[in-house]
Design a binder for this molecule. Structure first.
Ligand code: AMP
Length: 227
């Protein structure tokens, strides 16, 4: 039986990464963050990293063709069609969603979780967010919940830092792009009957249990985490 195919969408700072870590543990399905994949490519100075760097540094979306190169490669390398996936930060444009649907035709994705939260809440969260600088770890902290030994990651010991694109002027730009380019995906998946809205101003545990309850209601998962 194939694995669950889930998209997690929502503004920057809505908690997509945190929910994906919880779901990945629960369902045993790969968590794929295109942002993490690009940060790793930039850190390695690979050819794709070099092409993506300027866009990322200025808080802009990377062009769709470059995103799809990375995603197509992950589909093959990680057998995502069969194993399922939790996509975090992908798709981010209608064109990317069209290409993903074509890859997954005829069934498409099973569900799309939209983490809903106000701009004020995410601006405050992002300004306080700190992340592990090791691109293979990427653990998330905040000024309110720092690592045990400040400021080294609890999981891998690497320095915990503020992302360059989490500074206020960059945050505003990324949120404007979200409204213009990514928010239309909400209507798209709602029209397909695949959208699950969750209030992301709640605590991470509450968001997880509400999202899970919706998947159970739709019979996309069972209590044991099997898809
Ligand atoms: P994230 O960690 O998801 O906020 O992504 C960090 C940066 O990576 C974004 O600001 C974009 O520059 C780039 N990026 C990640 N995923 C995508 C995507 N699906 N489409 C375009 N750019 C992306």
């Amino acid at each position: 039986m194939r694995g669950l195919r889930l998209l997690i969408i929502g503004k920057q700072g809505s908690g997509k990464g945190t929910l994906c870590v919880q779901f990945a543990q629960h369902f045993g399905v790969p968590h794929i963050s295109t942002g993490d994949a690009f940060r790793a490519a930039v850190a390695e100075s690979s050819e794709r990293g070099i092409r993506a760097k300027a866009f990322m540094e200025s808080g802009q979306l990377v062009p769709d063709d470059l995103v799809m190169e990375i995603v197509d490669e992950l589909f093959v390398r990680e057998s995502l069609r069969e194993r399922g996936f939790l996509f975090d930060g992908f798709p981010r444009t209608v064109h990317q969603a069209d290409l993903l649907d074509a890859t997954l035709a005829p069934e498409g994705v099973d569900a799309v979780i939209d983490l809903e939260v106000s701009t004020e809440v995410v601006v405050a969260r992002l300004a306080s967010r700190r992340v592990c600088s090791n691109p293979n770890c990427g653990a998330i902290y905040s000024l309110k919940s720092p690592p045990k030994s400040p400021w080294n990651c609890d999981l891998c010991g690497s320095p915990v830092v503020q992302r360059d694109d989490d500074r206020e002027e960059m945050i505003r730009r990324r949120l404007d792009d979200y409204e213009a380019m990514t928010a239309p995906l909400v209507d798209r998946y709602e029209a397909l009957g695949k959208l699950i809205r969750v209030d992301a101003a709640l605590s991470p545990d509450e968001v997880f249990s509400r999202a899970l309850a919706e998947l159970l209601t739709r019979r996309l998962a069972n209590e044991t985490g099997e898809a």
